[in-house]
Design a protein around this ligand. Structure first.
Ligand SMILES: [Zn+2]
Length: 209
């Protein structure tokens, strides 16, 4: 199968999400023996998705995709640390995958924990390991804490979620020489989106136009 251009891959994800929202599951995405056997020869995922570990946001399900379709990296708060960059680099280089999607979501616990940890008299998570996640989100959220958004918690969390997605997408665009080269020379596209738990809709709000 030829490499799928980023724009076509994005369209495939949009269509898959529309099916998910309409409670339709396409027949091709159901696991079956033949497809499993076919994939033992190799994989050609058409998109790379960096999403949150939240149990309510599995990329394959919200985009209605099947075995071998998506190369998925999941980490709480969809943060970008070196191992996430490395995973994206690996798939983009090895499989020629052209589309990279960073997906945040509403009601994200990692975002809420970061915001809570930044409030006066709060010390944030006590675990160093957990802190390694919220510490990556905090610099993105900090500027928002000095705006009127602090008066409106849901609006603050939403803005923080989107700012964090954009920061992760920008990190992938500019924080890796390999990805930057693929972007400038090979048509790699990095986009950011937010999944809405209530509607099931994925809104591609960053870099998708
Ligand atoms: Zn989350």
């Amino acid at each position: 199968m030829p490499v799928i251009a980023a724009r076509d891959a994005l369209e495939r994800l949009r269509e898959g999400n529309q099916r998910f929202v309409a409670n339709i599951r396409s027949q091709e995405t159901l696991p079956n023996h033949a497809r499993r056997m076919q994939l033992t020869a190799g994989q050609e995922p058409f998109a790379i998705v960096l999403g949150c570990s939240d149990s309510r946001v599995p990329a394959e399900i919200v985009f209605d995709q099947g075995l071998g379709d998506l190369f998925v990296i999941r980490v709480a708060g969809n943060i970008v640390a070196p191992s996430q960059v490395g995973s994206v680099e690996f798939a983009a280089e090895r499989y020629g995958t052209q589309l990279v999607v960073v997906m945040g979501h509403s009601h994200c616990g990692a975002i809420a924990a970061t915001v809570e940890g930044m409030e006066p008299n709060e010390r944030g998570p006590q675990s160093r390991n957990l802190l390694s996640i919220t510490d990556r989100i905090a610099p993105v959220v900090a500027p928002l804490m000095h705006t009127e958004l602090v008066q409106d918690r849901p609006a603050l969390l939403r803005a923080a979620t989107r700012a964090n997605v954009s920061a992760s997408a920008n990190h992938l665009r500019h924080g890796s020489r390999l990805l930057e080269e693929l972007r400038l020379k090979n048509g790699l596209l990095v986009v950011g989106c937010e999944y809405d738990l209530e509607t099931g809709i994925v809104d591609f709000f960053d870099g998708a136009d």
